[in-house]
Unconditional design. Structure first.
Lengths: 450, 450
C-alpha cells in the first residue's frame, strides 16, 4: 500500500520523538520508502528530523537526503558539522553531492572536501564542480558502467559486478576502446542472454550512438533525450572520452524547471521563485515587471492626455478605455502563448514566419468580426450609434494588431536568443495597451469629427 | 555525430526520391537513427514519405511511425489501407498501437483489428482500448517482464529470454505469485550477478513496492513516478494482479502536456492547441476567454459611467484608467502564478491559507509603497498634487487587493477541484480591472470632494 501522510500521524510521531520511542520509530518510520520518509522529515523541525535521520543506515540516509525539499535540506545541512556533511556526501551519487556542495561557500567547500575519507569520491565531486550548472557537465554523474569493446562477456561480467556496486540504477553499459573513447552501447538485456565466451564487440551497438558533450546546454540535453527516447545518455569530453552519464530523472527536473520558468516569465516574474522564498527575494523578482507596466500606464496616460479635448466633449469615450486595453492584452497573450509553446517544442524552425502570421491574422479576423459586432450593440445602448461605431471599429483593429504583435514579438525575441516567454507577459500587454489607446482615440476623433 | 537536418539536405533528398535513387536513400536515410528519419519524413509529402517508409524493415517502421508528428502520422495512416494499418500495428508496442487505433472511427477500428494476424497482440490492444486515456490503464503497455517468485534464477533466465523478445526496454523484472499477484520487483542488475541456483524469492525486493492501479489518473501516475524516482511502474488491476507497466518516457509526455495546458489556460486558451490546428479549432479555444474579458470591459464601462460627472469636471482622471487596470492585472497574475505552481507541485496542502495570504500581503505592501511613491510624482507632473494623491492612494489599494484576489482565487478554485491555472488568466485580470476602477474613482470623488 502507498503511504499517506496525515496530520494525525504527524502528531503521533512528534509525541513518539519527544518520548524517544525508538522502537516505534523503527517499526513505523524507518521501514517506509525513502521518499515517504523524506516527506515526513520535510514537516518536522530540524531537531526532530535529525533525531530520525541519524537512526537510519547510510544508504537510506543518502536516499532520504536527496528527496528532502531544497530549503529543508539547506537548513538541515547547515545544522551539521563539516565532518558530518563530508560523511553524508560520501554516500551520495557524485552529481547529487556536487549539487549540494555547490550551494556552500568556497571556504566551506574546501573544508568539507578535505574531511572526506574516500579520495576517489572527493576527486569526482571536485571535478563536477568545475562545470556550469546548466550544462551536460553540470547534470552528469560519474557513476556509470563501462565495458571495453575487446572484452569477452565473462570478463565483462566480473568487471561489471565490481563497477555496479557504486551504480544504483543500471540501464545501459557504455562500450569504450582502449583510449576510453565511447564507441557504442550495450543493453543489459543483451548481456544477460549472451553466451559467456562471445565478445563485447559482437554484441554491442556501434551505429548511431547518441551522446552529449560536457559543454552542451541542459536544454540541448533535454532535447536529445526526448528526441531519441533515452533513459540515460553518455557524456563525453572534448576528446570524445567517456566521462559521465545523465539519467532521465535528472532531466525530468530540468523539464519541470523550464516549464515553471516559462510560466513565471509569462506571468511577469523574472526568476524561478517558490512561495517559500523570502519577501525580499519575491519582491525583487516581481517589481521590475511592475515598473514596466507602470511605465506603460504612464505612456498610456500621455496618449489619453493628447485626446483630452475629445473626452471633455464626449465623456462616454472614457467608458470603454478598460475594454479596449483588456481586449488588446488578452488577444496578445493568447497569440504569443501559442508561438512560445511551438518555439519551446523546437518545431517551426522550418515553418515560415509569414505562414504563422497569416494564420493568426485569420483567427484574429474571425474573433474581431464576432466580438466587434456584439460590442456595437453594447456601446449603442450606453450612448448612441456613433460611440457604437467608434468602439466596434477600434476593437476590431486592436484585436488584429494585438494578434500580430503577439505573434511577432516572441519570434523576434527568439531570433535574438532572448527567451520568448518574456513576450507573453507584461511586455506584450503593455505595448498593446498603448497601441490600442492610440487606435481607439484616433477612431473616436475621426468619427466624432473632432 | 548527431544528424542535423538542413534545407539543402531536404532538396537533395527530394531530388533523389523523384529519381527513385534507392541506393542513395539506403545509404543516406535508412542508416540514420529512427528519430532522425521521422524528423525527415515530417517534412516530406505523404507520397514521398510513403516511398521511404516502405523501404524500411518492420522494426524501423514501428520506431519511425511513433516518432512522427501527430498530424503527419494521422495523414500518413489515412493514406493506408486497413490491412496495411493492421500490419503496422503488429510491430508496435501495445500502448502505442492502442493510441493510434483510438484516433480512428469505431467502424475502422473493428476492420483493422479483424485484419490483424497476431491474435494475442490484437487482444492486448482491444483490452487497452477499454481504458480511459487519462488513467494508468490508458498509459500502460502490455509488454513487460515478469518472473514467478518460486522460480530459480536459471529457469527465470530461460523464461525471461522468451519474454524479452517482445519488450524493447527492460528496466525491472516484476515478481508475481502463483495467482499472478504482484509481490515485488527485481532489478536486472541483481539478476545478472546472481548465482544460477539461487531462488527469485531470495533475490527480489518485496518491501515498499510502488505500483499504480489501472483506474488511477495519469496525474497520480506522474506524481507517484516523480516522488519515488521510478523509470517504470507496474500497473495492477482491482484484484492486485499485474496487468501492465508504464515507463517514464510516456510519463514525460504527460508532464509536458500538463505544463502546456497550464500555460495555455493561464494565457486564456481553453484547450491544448498547437499552431498547426485549424483556424476554427483555435478560435473555439480562444473566443470564450475574450467574451469574459469583453464582459469585464462592459462592466468596467458601467463603473466609469457611474462616475461620469467626475470625468467631466476633472478629465485628467481618465488619463490614469489604463495604469490602474494594468497594474491590478499584472499584480494579480503574478500572485496567482506563484500559488498555481505551488499547488501543481502538490505542496502546500499542509501550509495554511492564512500564511500564504499574509506573505502575499507583505510583498504587496512593499511593492505598493515603492510604486505609489513614484506614481505620485508622475501624476503630479501631469496635473497637480490632488491627482497625484488620488492615483497613488488608489494604486496602493489596487495592488494590495489584486495580490489578495490573485492568491485567494486559485486556492478557492482548487478547493472546488477546478484547475487553478484558470485563475491566472483573464479571470483574475478582469475581476481586478473592475475592482480597480471602482477603487480609483471612489478615491477620486472623495479627494476632489465631488
Amino acid at each position: 500500500m502507498r503511504f499517506e501522510l496525515t496530520r494525525e500521524f504527524l502528531s503521533i510521531l512528534r509525541f513518539k520523538i519527544a518520548e524517544s520511542d525508538l522502537l516505534w520509530i523503527k517499526e513505523n518510520i524507518l521501514e517506509l520508502h525513502f521518499a515517504d520518509i523524506a516527506e515526513i522529515l520535510d514537516k518536522l523541525t530540524s531537531d526532530e528530523a535529525k533525531y530520525i535521520y541519524f537512526e537510519m543506515d547510510e544508504e537510506l540516509q543518502a536516499d532520504v537526503l536527496m528527496e528532502l525539499e531544497e530549503d529543508v535540506r539547506d537548513r538541515f545541512l547547515s545544522s551539521l558539522s563539516t565532518k558530518e556533511i563530508a560523511d553524508q556526501l560520501e554516500n551520495l551519487d557524485s552529481d547529487d553531492a556536487a549539487d549540494i556542495l555547490g550551494e556552500l561557500s568556497d571556504e566551506k567547500i574546501q573544508e568539507v572536501i578535505s574531511q572526506m575519507e574516500d579520495d576517489e569520491a572527493a576527486e569526482d565531486i571536485v571535478d563536477l564542480l568545475n562545470y556550469d550548472e546548466d550544462t551536460a557537465g553540470g547534470l552528469m554523474q560519474k557513476e556509470f558502467i563501462q565495458a571495453r569493446v575487446d572484452w569477452p562477456v565473462n570478463r565483462c561480467l566480473v568487471e561489471l559486478r565490481r563497477q555496479a556496486e557504486d551504480v544504483e540504477k543500471v540501464y545501459t553499459i557504455y562500450v569504450v576502446d582502449k583510449l576510453n573513447k565511447l564507441v557504442g552501447v550495450l543493453s543489459l538485456k543483451r548481456l544477460l542472454f549472451a553466451s559467456p565466451k562471445s565478445l563485447i564487440s559482437d554484441l554491442f551497438q556501434g551505429k548511431n550512438i547518441i551522446y552529449v558533450k560536457t559543454s552542451d546546454s541542459s536544454e540541448d540535453v533535454v532535447k536529445v533525450m526526448e528526441k531519441y527516447d533515452l533513459v540515460s545518455v553518455p557524456v563525453v569530453d572534448l576528446q570524445n572520452k567517456l566521462v559521465g552519464r545523465i539519467t532521465l530523472d535528472d532531466v525530468v527536473d530540468v523539464i519541470k524547471e523550464e516549464a515553471d520558468k516559462d510560466f513565471q516569465l509569462a506571468s511577469g516574474i523574472s526568476e524561478r521563485i517558490e512561495s517559500t522564498f523570502s519577501v525580499w527575494r519575491i519582491t525583487k523578482a516581481r517589481i521590475p515587471w511592475l515598473f514596466i507596466a507602470m511605465l506603460g500606464g504612464t505612456l498610456g496616460a500621455q496618449v489619453i492626455a493628447q485626446f483630452q479635448g475629445g473626452i471633455t466633449k464626449v465623456p462616454a469615450l472614457a467608458f470603454f478605455i478598460p475594454l479596449i486595453t483588456a481586449m488588446g492584452g488578452n488577444v496578445g497573450v493568447q497569440s504569443s502563448a501559442i508561438v512560445v509553446q511551438s518555439l519551446a517544442k523546437g518545431s517551426g524552425q522550418f515553418g515560415s514566419i509569414l505562414q504563422k502570421l497569416g494564420k493568426e491574422a485569420i483567427v484574429a479576423l474571425v474573433n474581431g468580426i464576432i466580438l466587434s459586432a456584439i460590442i456595437y450593440g453594447i456601446a449603442f445602448y450606453f450612448e448612441n450609434g456613433t460611440l457604437g461605431l467608434v468602439v466596434s471599429i477600434s476593437l476590431f483593429t486592436v484585436i488584429v494588431f494585438a494578434a500580430l504583435f503577439g505573434t511577432l514579438i516572441p519570434l523576434v525575441l527568439n531570433h535574438y536568443k532572448i527567451d520568448p516567454a518574456l513576450a507573453t507577459g507584461p511586455f506584450v500587454t503593455t505595448l498593446n495597451d498603448i497601441v490600442g489607446l492610440f487606435i481607439y482615440f484616433t477612431v473616436g476623433m475621426l468619427l466624432y469629427k473632432m
